[in-house]
Write a protein that binds this ligand. Structure first.
Ligand code: T46
Length: 135
């Protein structure tokens, strides 16, 4: 259960040969997917993210290993364990987020509803808080 980021169950189709997980746009991923990227090889103790998006919607899934996703809507903070390759978390626009406690070999796969655009990032926490206080 998460208040700040909806948890999404992907379709698990494993059999005796191993696992197979399916993510489909507008089915278990709640938008049209325009971009997919993955974060891998994160060194021990490294934290990354530390921004909010103005409009981008994303779903993140730890397809291998685990990490912790911290979400902050300006009022509440929540830490979500990312440890299942079948469960994703929706990162909504306007939610400050960062990732920590990456295990060696963790691969965090992210589906995004738009192309990369640096102007969509709010990378300063002060700016984020100021924006939240205005709405
Ligand atoms: C997010 C979290 C979960 C690109 O040129 N294209 C891309 O599609 C992406 C994702 C990044 N970049 C560039 C921007 C930076 O110069 O790659 C560099 C590293 O990106 P960043 O420092 O933003 O990486 P993270 O891990 O802090 O954040 C990433 C995503 O950027 C972000 O949207 O929500 O993962």
């Amino acid at each position: 259960m998460s208040e700040l980021g909806e948890m999404i169950e992907l379709q698990a189709l494993g059999d005796s040969r191993g696992g197979l997980v399916v993510a489909e746009a507008q089915k278990n991923i709640p938008f049209e997917i325009k971009r997919v990227y993955w974060i891998h090889g994160t060194q021990e103790g490294v934290e990354r993210g530390f921004h909010a998006h103005k409009a981008l919607r994303q779903v993140a899934v730890a397809v291998s290993g685990s990490c912790e996703m911290v979400l902050d809507d300006g009022k509440n903070t929540e830490s979500i364990p990312m440890e299942s390759s079948v469960t994703g978390v929706v990162i909504e626009p306007g939610v400050w987020h960062y990732m920590k406690d990456f295990t060696a070999g963790c691969v965090l796969l992210v589906f995004a509803d738009d192309y990369y655009d640096e102007t969509d990032y709010i990378r300063k926490y002060d700016e984020f808080k100021e924006l939240k206080n205005r709405i």
